[in-house]
Design a protein. Structure first.
Length: 315
C-alpha cells in the first residue's frame, strides 16, 4: 500500500510517498480502508521535527503523518464488537511515535478510537471532524460549565474554535462570545454565538466585560492569547488553552487547564450525531501531500485541506 512518511525532518519536500506492507489489526483493533485524511497544523510541525525538539515525541527512523481518518472498516481484529467490514467510520490516531499515520491507503487503530461516520456526509467532510472536534469537545469538558454559563472562545473561526462555538451554544446551552475578524462575524453567529468581539480590539478583556459585567464564566483559548484572555474571566472561573506553551498563571482563583487531545470513540460517536458544520477547503490526492502542506503554510484557509485516496472521499 501507499503511505506518506518522513525520514528526515524538514519542509513539505520531506514528505515521501512510499510503498509499505498493509498492516494487520491485532486484538481490539480494526483496519480502515482510508478514503480521506485531513491535513492539520500538527502534521506540519510533526514533519518539521518540532514535536521531537519539544520532547513530545521520540525520534525514530520513519515517522508517519496524519491524525484524522475517514473510510470504511476493512478488517476487524479479535474481540471487537460493534464494527463490521464495509462500515463507514471515522477515527483518530493520537499515538505520535508511529511509522504510519492516516496519510495512507490503510490504517490500523484501536477500536476505542473509532466511531461510525456521520450520516449524509462525504468522507472528505467526515475526515475534518475527529482531531478538531474532539479537541473542542474535551476542552469544553474541562471547563465544567452549566447550561446558561458564559464562555469566550478565542480564534472562534478556526477549526477548533468553530466546533467549540457550535458545540457550546447548540449542544451545551452555553452563552458564547466569539472572538473573530469582522469577515467571520456572520459565520460564528450562524454557529450560535450570542456576541462577537472583533479580533482587532486592543483590550479583549475590556470588550468582553462590557458585554458580561464581572467577566465570563470561562475562556476556551484556541488562539494562544493566554493572559490577555484570562483577564476576561471572572474570579474563580475556568480557563482552558489548546495551544502549547500558552498556559497563563492561575490568577484570582481561576482554574487553568491545558487540553491535550486523546482518542475517544464514544465522544466521537456523539460528535458524529451533532450535525456540525464540516468545512473542507480543498481536496487533493494522497500523492500531493507536499502541495497540501505548502498551501497550509500560506494560511488564509477556511476549513481543512483533505487528502483522498483512490478509494474515494472527494466532495
Amino acid at each position: 500500500m501507499r503511505a506518506v512518511v518522513v525520514h528526515t525532518f524538514g519542509g513539505p519536500e520531506a514528505l515521501e510517498l512510499v510503498e509499505v506492507p498493509v498492516p494487520a489489526p491485532g486484538p481490539g483493533q480494526v483496519r480502515i480502508r482510508v478514503s480521506a485524511a485531513a491535513v492539520n497544523p500538527v502534521d506540519a510541525v510533526t514533519r518539521a521535527g518540532a514535536l521531537v525538539d519539544a520532547g513530545l515525541m521520540a525520534p525514530r527512523p520513519v515517522t508517519g503523518i496524519g491524525w484524522d481518518v475517514a473510510g470504511e472498516i476493512d478488517e476487524v481484529g479479535a474481540g471487537v464488537p460493534g464494527f463490521a467490514v464495509g462500515q463507514p467510520v471515522i477515527g483518530l490516531r493520537d499515538l505520535l511515535d508511529r511509522s504510519l499515520g492516516s496519510y495512507a491507503d490503510y490504517l490500523v487503530l484501536d477500536a476505542s478510537a473509532v466511531a461510525a461516520a456521520p450520516v449524509g456526509r462525504s468522507a472528505a467532510e467526515a475526515a475534518t471532524l475527529p482531531l478538531n472536534g474532539l479537541t473542542a469537545f474535551q476542552a469544553l469538558d474541562l471547563l465544567d460549565l452549566d447550561e446558561g454559563d458564559s464562555v469566550l472562545v478565542t480564534g472562534a473561526a478556526g477549526a477548533v474554535g468553530g466546533f467549540a462555538v457550535e458545540i457550546a451554544a447548540r449542544w451545551r446551552g452555553l452563552r458564547v462570545i466569539a472572538q473573530v475578524g469582522p469577515e467571520d462575524a456572520g459565520f460564528v453567529h450562524g454557529l450560535g454565538a450570542e456576541w462577537v468581539v472583533p479580533r482587532e480590539k486592543p483590550d479583549l478583556a475590556e470588550a468582553v466585560r462590557a458585554l458580561v459585567p464581572g467577566g465570563v464564566d470561562a475562556v476556551l483559548d484556541t488562539a494562544g492569547l493566554s493572559a490577555r484572555a484570562l483577564a476576561a474571566v471572572r474570579n474563580r472561573g475556568s480557563f482552558v488553552t489548546v495551544v502549547g506553551g500558552a498556559d497563563p498563571t492561575p490568577l484570582r482563583g481561576i482554574r487553568v487547564h491545558h487540553a491535550w487531545i486523546s482518542a475517544d470513540g464514544a465522544a466521537l460517536a456523539t460528535l458524529a450525531g451533532y450535525d456540525l458544520a464540516l468545512r473542507v477547503a480543498a481536496t487533493l490526492p494522497l500523492e500531493q501531500a507536499a502541495d497540501a502542506h505548502t498551501r497550509l503554510a500560506r494560511g488564509g484557509l477556511r476549513g481543512r485541506i483533505v487528502l483522498t485516496t483512490e478509494h474515494g472521499g472527494g466532495s
